[in-house]
Design a protein around this ligand. Structure first.
Ligand code: HGA
Length: 610
């Protein structure tokens, strides 16, 4: 959340900064701004309410020449989205700052600074940072030292980019709890919240660690760790192409990402399954020994990743016969959970920077877990670095705020985990071999399932005018119903709730009428007959049913019951297969409504704040 870009170069940087923001816009898009130091040493600043495109237009009207600058796209936490709250924040026309994170002691600092004569121009928590840096600069500290002194005053989370009129050769960055990378060019250096921002200018990156402070000039990069020691961090070359973050011929990133799923799933499986078994070494060389000891699993995540965890509970219990609990990270981190003996802690996150999930992992490392495993889409993320074991999903960059391919690749990773645990705990060789075969065919199965797209585009008409929708499923499909409801809420703004179908009669049935479409996830499995009875209960009360079923399900399309057929698939992978129509339904409803599919209101991706 919130995107930061900074550049120190031999060439004008304003356009590089704005292009970087455009590529980070998935992180926040309520306002945007940049500050550039002019050749004459003046701080120029431009800030706009709204999206980066508005900023780009304003910049075209009033160019900002200069070779040192910082920029920001905001997802407000403190203070409404407005021009005055947009970053960069400036103190006395001298120094400027962009910030991602939350300063928890901002009220105390604000009071002290006000008493000391500072005038506040925003309601943000961020503004105290630039005043503190200013005061250290006025006390004759160099910019890097001033930022160091300031960070010692801060409680909370931050990624910072700072420039100062008196230091035209210097861009300073710092991070604690929010991500920040350095991009290395030839006689030019950059900072950004995420790699894609800088792909047009470099493919060489340094990933800052928590507590790091960095000083960038045109020709050098120096980094100090949390203990103040100068350190060398490894330089990594990104294999991402600039195109990987482009929309191509698709109308929206979300649509592109839905259709990328067969490939993303195939890549996530690559090298991780053998002829007839899961290759446990894919989790790390010592994973096999660890899995042999596991007696219980705790899965912790937020949002869509949490839904992936809910599905995995069924797999882990049935395949590995291991106790499994699934927790929402923002709740778990503030509980005093009982950790069972020989318990494995598994965190799930697309970005690996999700603040609550990261905090839960940090708590878990103190709580006597047998081991920690991260399932994540970003190799260099904090979650991956701080976990003992990792299994990377290989979804590629996901730009649409509503997660799609990150979710299905998480499901694949979790199914691999369930099988690897099962392998150590008596899962029969035949069952494992069968699962591996099914997984191998999964990308093709998903490809075939996507052929339902045109039917769903037509079906979406029935939802556009509705204000509420109910999603039903049983067993692991309840989690898929939850994910379907979440997708619809996120991008179409239609209220949607998911229930285990058996719970209908305990309350939600009261809501049913012809204005409340009911979406049902109905694969041909052991619970189908029970589910059918629940559908009768809806029909008997005039509810409109939209049932996603596979070819083998004996269900008639009748008045009030619309049946959408998916190609028959194995029970094991049904949660993956049935995720696709849920995503497509939300997508087409939102596209018909004309909402901002990729950047829905009030939301942002990569939730790096609490
Ligand atoms: N707290 C700052 C930055 C917000 C942020 O990082 N969001 O993800 C603000 O509200 O401006």
């Amino acid at each position: 959340m919130c995107g930061i870009v900074g550049a120190i170069a031999q060439r004008p940087v304003a356009d590089i900064l704005v292009e970087g923001l455009r590529r980070l816009e998935y992180r926040g898009y309520d306002s945007a701004g940049l500050a550039v130091l002019s050749e004459s040493g003046k701080l120029q600043r431009l800030r706009c309410l709204g999206k980066v495109a508005t900023l780009a237009e304003a910049l075209a009207d009033a160019p900002m020449p200069g070779t040192l600058g910082i920029a920001h796209t905001r997802w407000a936490t403190h203070g409404e989205p407005s021009q005055r709250n947009a970053h960069p924040h400036i103190c006395r026309e001298r120094c400027a700052l962009v910030h991602n994170g939350i300063i928890e002691n901002h009220e105390n600092l604000r009071e002290l600074q006000r008493d000391a004569g500072h005038r506040f121009t925003s309601e943000t928590d961020t503004e105290v940072i630039i005043h503190a840096i200013h005061d250290a600069l006025e006390a004759r500290h160099q910019l890097t030292d001033a930022v160091r002194i300031c960070t010692q005053l801060l409680h909370g989370a931050y990624a910072l980019g700072v420039i100062d009129r008196a230091h035209p050769e210097c861009l300073v960055a710092a991070r604690l709890g929010s991500p920040l990378v350095i991009g290395l060019g030839f006689q030019e250096h950059f900072i950004a919240s995420d790699v894609p921002a800088l792909l047009p200018v470099t493919n060489r990156f340094i990933f800052l660690e928590d507590g790091d402070l960095a000083e960038l000039s045109r020709t050098s990069v120096r980094i100090w760790n949390a203990a103040g020691e100068e350190v060398q961090r490894p330089v990594r070359t990104s294999t991402l192409s600039v195109d990987a973050t482009e929309r191509g011929a698709y109308r929206h990133f979300m649509q592109k990402e839905i259709f990328e799923q067969p490939r993303a799933v195939a890549e996530t499986l690559e090298g991780r399954i053998g002829t007839d078994q899961v290759l446990s070494a894919a989790f790390g060389p010592e994973a096999e020994a660890l899995f042999a000891q596991v007696q219980s699993v705790t899965l912790v995540a937020c949002g869509t990743s949490y839904h992936a965890g809910l599905v995995a509970k069924y797999w882990i219990e049935s395949l590995a016969k291991v106790h499994c609990q699934v927790e929402v990270a923002s709740e778990y981190r503030y509980r005093q959970p009982i950790v069972l003996d020989q318990s494995l802690f598994v965190s799930i996150s697309q970005s690996g920077e999700t603040a609550d999930t990261l905090a839960a992992l940090r708590m878990a490392t103190q709580n006597g877990y047998l081991g920690t495993l991260a399932i994540c889409n970003v190799a260099e993320s904090s979650l991956v670095r701080e976990s003992q074991f990792q299994l990377l999903t290989r979804a590629g960059p996901e730009i649409g705020v509503a997660s799609t391919k990150a979710f299905t690749t998480q499901l694949v990773a979790l199914l691999l985990l369930a099988l690897a645990l099962g392998h150590q705990r008596g899962l029969s060789a035949e069952r494992e071999a069968h699962a591996v075969q099914v997984l191998r065919a999964l990308p093709t199965q998903l490809e075939r399932t996507l052929a339902i797209d045109a039917d769903i585009a037509e079906l979406a008409q029935a939802f556009v005018e509705k204000g509420h929708t109910l999603f039903l499923g049983r067993g692991e499909q309840h989690a898929i119903a939850m994910e379907g409801a979440l997708k619809l809420k996120e991008i179409s703004y239609i209220h949607a709730e998911a229930y285990p179908a058996g719970e209908l009669k305990h309350g939600p049935l009261a809501l049913i009428d012809e204005d409340m479409p009911v979406v049902v996830v109905a694969p041909n499995n052991a619970l189908l007959e029970k589910l059918k009875s629940n559908l009768e209960e809806v029909r008997a009360r005039g509810g409109q049913l939209f049932v996603f079923a596979d070819d083998q399900v004996a269900l008639q399309q009748t008045e009030g019951v619309r049946v959408l057929r998916l190609p028959e698939s194995d029970d094991l992978i049904d949660p993956l297969v049935f995720s696709l129509p849920m995503q497509l339904l939300a997508y087409h409803v939102a596209a018909l409504k004309g909402t901002d599919v990729d950047q829905p209101r009030n939301l942002a991706k990569s939730v790096t704040v609490e």
